[in-house]
Design a protein around this ligand. Sequence first.
Ligand code: SF4
Length: 259
Amino acid sequence: MAEQTASVTATVDLVLDEQPWRMQLTVPAGPATPGQLLHLLRGLTDAVVDAAVEKSAAQGRPISCRKGCGACCRQLVPIAPAEAHRLRQVIAAMPEPRRNEVLNRFEAAHAKLAATGMLDRLRAPARLDEASRRRLGIDYFRHGVACPFLEQESCSIYTERPLACREYLVTSPATHCAQPTPDSIDCLPIAVQVSRALRKLEASQDRQDKVGLSWVPLITAPEWAKEYPEAPPTSSGPAQIESLFKWLGTAPSADNAEA
Ligand code: SF4
């Protein structure tokens, strides 16, 4: 059977932080999983964040995040199922002994979370209502569980980091991040949250046969992805992009097909 190579390019015109902005998104013309769109969504997220960083700096509020400051990497990070599958692949592709070291860090984190009684809740996030989820996030940070990808207070998978990590930047003093409160942390406001749109897209498709599942905690992502293998595509690349932009509250402006 001949391999399908047809793709479609959508030209996206957006206004981000009051600046017109254009991007071309090339996606498979045929069936595509959200995971196949991930590289595009990373580019989109980075563009959204860059525009917000520029605007904030122009308003006298530069970003205070610096390489080597990993305080925020002790938070509960919500990721989309497609990102959980991607992280599992990233770990599988690591050379030894690094892969084993990372897996050991996940195991150590799970042991710590089990001891606090949080692990069961983290393994069934769909059962949590909004208030319980907020409570879990506070408890999680209080226990100082570092992300297993954090090395020397820097992200060791920087180019592969999830969308939520890309979107999280602060303008408040970096020293506040070790003891964050709603009043002491000023997060960078961004025009659209691609991470949330992807999670909503996947939840709307109910792809993993897990009713209502819209997010996976990064800390349980590898084991979750192993238990629930990536589902086959349910719609075409253009249809996935169209749905995603609906969740973002905007729409691609024009399409043209390519071989
Ligand atoms: S993936 Fe990287 S940026 Fe995200 S929490 Fe982990 S170490 Fe931090």
